[in-house]
Design a binder for this molecule. Structure first.
Ligand code: ATP
Ligand code: MG
Length: 332
């Protein structure tokens, strides 16, 4: 067994009367992407700050690659990179200068620091802005620079606190590619996100945090399965409904629920896997049933989130993906 990148047990942080983090357990395997989801104020940033030795836990313990964050903070710091939720770079310096300063602080030679800065600016599409002072940067450019700064030393464990908040879709995709590259190169990434699809796309495992505790943990598929199975929805002409129901029962072993529509009837059957769906389509065709519409509806991470925490990720997220129950794939 490899030593986990992160092992936290019963982490607690209290601010006044607010138990911001209230007994968080986490295990993150080395070489994986781990997603931490939770509504505003759930305790995500506070948890990261404790894991990154920036904040002392009031109770519990955490080890990074086996090194205790309280007893051995120097070693832990040598193994991690942290990007803040807010850019933490110098306003008056240019993008290049900022990265060179970071590189020098991390012990790179002036030449190596400049080479590294140029490579990172290229990766984050900041080459054109390289000489401009930070004051003139947009929010998205700052976040990219902040992230670039945290990657100078290519640490084994990287904490990304909402790495793509406020980024345009293209830059967000670029970020995702960067995260995948980091993991392919052997790093471990823990990221927090308000975007459920981000965790769905990137994370090997996900912890959902609410009010300072982990309320669910697993792969995206496990979390979705815990909320409910996907279902097959077949819309057929009224005259075909009985025959179609027979085919579905035969093929999938479940009685279909019927919903009368203005045009035809929608039959809904739970399915464990999407595999048999093509088979069902063939059988319906053979039985002379005309399929007007076929869809596979999967519970989304939004539904998982809503079920577990009683609220959506954020108001913005809710309005951005306002149809959590809509069919994910229309197959015909
Ligand atoms: N330094 C601090 N002093 C006092 N209270 C704090 C401090 N830092 C965080 N808190 C409180 O602790 C709770 C958890 O905050 P935290 O920033 O960890 O949440 P979060 O999950 O990162 O939220 P967000 O999604 O908004 O970033 C909140 O109630 C917050 O107000
Ligand atoms: Mg936060």
């Amino acid at each position: 067994m490899n030593t986990p990148a992160i092992e936290a047990q019963g982490l607690v942080k209290v601010f006044g009367s607010n138990r911001a983090v209230d007994g968080v357990d986490l295990t993150v395997e080395a070489g994986s992407v781990y997603g931490v989801l939770g509504p505003n104020g759930a305790g995500k940033t506070t948890t990261i700050r404790m894991l990154a030795t920036l904040l002392r836990p009031d109770a519990g313990s955490a080890r990074i690659f086996g090194h205790d964050v309280v007893r051995d903070p120097q070693t832990v710091r040598s193994l991690i990179g942290v990007t803040g939720q807010y850019a933490s770079v110098d306003e008056t310096l240019s993008a290049t200068e900022n990265l060179v300063v970071f590189g020098r602080l991390l012990g790179l030679s002036p030449r190596a620091a400049r080479r590294k800065a140029a490579a990172l600016l290229d990766e984050f599409a900041l080459t054109e802005a390289a000489r401009k002072p930070l004051k003139s940067f947009s929010g998205g450019m700052r976040r990219r620079l902040d992230l670039a700064a945290s990657l100078i030393s290519q640490p084994p464990l990287i904490f990304l606190d909402e790495p793509t908040t406020g980024l345009d879709p293209r830059t967000r995709n670029q970020m995702w590619d960067t995260v995948r590259r980091l993991v392919a190169d052997g790093s471990t990434v823990l990221l927090t996100s308000q975007y459920l699809d981000e965790a769905d796309q990137l994370a090997d495992r996900i912890a959902v945090i609410d009010r300072g505790t982990v309320v669910a943990e697993g792969t995206a598929d496990e979390l979705k399965a815990s909320v409910g199975h996907q279902s097959l929805q077949v819309t057929v002409a009224r005259g075909d409904a009985d025959r179609a129901r027979g085919v579905l029962l035969d093929a999938l072993g479940h009685e279909a629920a019927s919903t009368p529509l203005t045009q035809g009837v929608r039959l809904t059957v739970p399915v464990e896997r999407s595999g048999p769906v093509t088979d069902v389509l063939v059988r319906l065709h053979q039985a002379g049933v005309e399929v007007l519409e076929l869809a596979l509806a999967k519970p989304s991470l939004d539904e998982v989130f809503l079920t577990l925490t009683g609220h959506t990720a954020t108001a913005a997220e809710a309005s951005a993906s306002a149809t959590p129950t809509s069919p994910e794939k229309v197959l015909a």
